[in-house]
Design a protein around this ligand. Sequence first.
Ligand code: IPE
Ligand code: IPE
Ligand code: MG
Length: 237
Amino acid sequence: MSIAKPIPQHVAIIMDGNGRWAKQRGKERTEGHIAGVETIRQTLRAAVKHGVRYLTFYAFSTENWGRPEAEVNALMELLCKSVVSEAPELKKQGVRVRTIGERSRFSERVQYYLNQIEEQTAEGDRLVVALALNYSSRDELRRTMQCLARKVQQGELAPEAIDEQLISSHLDTGFMPDPDLVIRTSGEQRLSNFLLWQSSYAELYFPEVLWPDFTEEEFARALEVYASRDRRYGLVK
Ligand code: IPE
Ligand code: IPE
Ligand code: MG
């Protein structure tokens, strides 16, 4: 009798290597980001096919504001353009788009398109795609702590009532389970301020491939690697 291989319920991806991909081809970094959008499209389709329920993409970190202005602007334009052009396909695939991160720092225009895509895909029930935008884990924890402190101050919350579950539910990711698998492409082996609380027991996978070259087969390989891992959670088998 064959035992079904475990599929991660939530896969979180640090899409890295767009700039290097472009440089290798003598192109502008922005060309790498454009190519990376196609990879998102393919990964999304693969996730639906394999029955993954939550897919988080680290798309723009709080630290990424420090990049050259032209690159930041190009990323914002690409974001707006992509949510418009991808909307029909996302709806067709049953994808619900949400975001994590502090949205108020984006321009009105970017916020408008983000609201649009969330509304348009609100019925999606096959896959939740969370875009991490102006996101970093420490910033998320800072905002969450401020929120909880305010509740305590207003007498709505007893300090003793703050347990792990309450903290988790107040994070930006409160609508999702913790990631089972975190993938970072491009061979870098660090989390760069991504889902630090949520990844406590996630399996980590660092393929060498640059994000624009991360194919459906690469995604399937990541799932194979995940299935081969032994998750012990500090226990003895
Ligand atoms: C990841 O690719 C995309 C974003 C951070 C927006 P990079 O732009 O970091 O690519 P590299 O790391 O410079 O190759
Ligand atoms: C992490 O990649 C952020 C995103 C993928 C959005 P970076 O390329 O910004 O991270 P570092 O600078 O290599 O740590
Ligand atoms: Mg990078």
